[in-house]
Design a protein around this ligand. Structure first.
Ligand code: C5P
Length: 219
């Protein structure tokens, strides 16, 4: 049961791994399953929020009660989020956004060759952009680290101007990509870190939504 409710609040949740096209049949992707973001969307609906789930393609069932927006690349995700940001009360960026995209997508399928070179260019950092322009919105990010989780995570809290960061150690087999459990830390700009023990992604999603409700209330 939720101590605080999200009734009347608009929450944007991003999920899944973005796909960066190489040609009409190939893309650069990552191992994100989308499970954490979908679980957060589901729990936010249960807490009474209007939820817009902006998702890269996944194998998951769309949770009941969300407004679903399917995207593919980082830039299409950015467009979907930015265009809805002004009316949002919170954005939870659980998506694994590709850091690079292909400079020139081929219009035709690329033929076999002995070697080939793809030129990549940095993608926009969607969350950083939101942090620069936020007013009342609560911003929650995720960070996958393999070492110095709290130190690197706090760096991202400040750099991206976040209200909370869920930092997890993906070198562990019980946390992060493609598993059903997660653990790590909830980090805040002006509050002690909370260590989160291993639990199911549904349970962690519930804990994140409770923090989210508290953060919205305290704005
Ligand atoms: O800097 P790093 O990629 O570790 O930060 C992760 C957080 O930033 C996640 O919440 C992710 O969704 C977001 N992000 C983003 N745009 C990018 C890269 C990451 O919004 N291009």
């Amino acid at each position: 049961s939720f101590a605080l409710s999200l009734t009347g609040k608009l929450v944007i949740v991003t999920a899944g791994g973005t796909q960066e096209n190489i040609d009409p049949v190939r893309y650069i992707g990552n191992r994100s399953s989308g499970k954490m973001g979908y679980a957060i969307a589901e729990q936010a609906v249960r807490a009474g929020a209007h939820v817009i789930l902006v998702s890269a393609p996944t194998n998951l069932k769309v949770p009941d009660g969300v407004d679903f927006v399917l995207v593919d690349s980082a830039r299409s995700m950015q467009q979907a989020v930015d265009s809805r940001f002004d009316s949002a009360d919170a954005v939870v960026m659980a998506a694994a956004v590709a850091d690079f995209r292909v400079v020139n997508m081929a219009n035709q399928k690329i033929k076999k060759m002995e070697t080939m070179t793809l030129e990549l260019v940095k993608n926009p950092d969607i969350l950083y952009g939101l942090g620069q322009k936020k007013s009342h919105q609560v911003l929650i990010g995720f960070a996958a680290e393999t070492e110095r989780v709290v130190e690197y995570g706090m760096g991202k809290v400040h750099k991206k101007n976040l209200d909370m960061l869920v930092a997890n150690d993906v070198s562990k087999s019980t946390a992060g990509f493609n598993v059903d459990t997660n653990e790590g830390y909830f980090l805040f700009p002006n509050q002690d870190a909370k260590e989160i023990p291993n639990m199911s992604k549904q349970e962690m999603a519930k804990a994140i939504v409770e923090e989210l409700a508290t953060l919205i209330q305290s704005k």
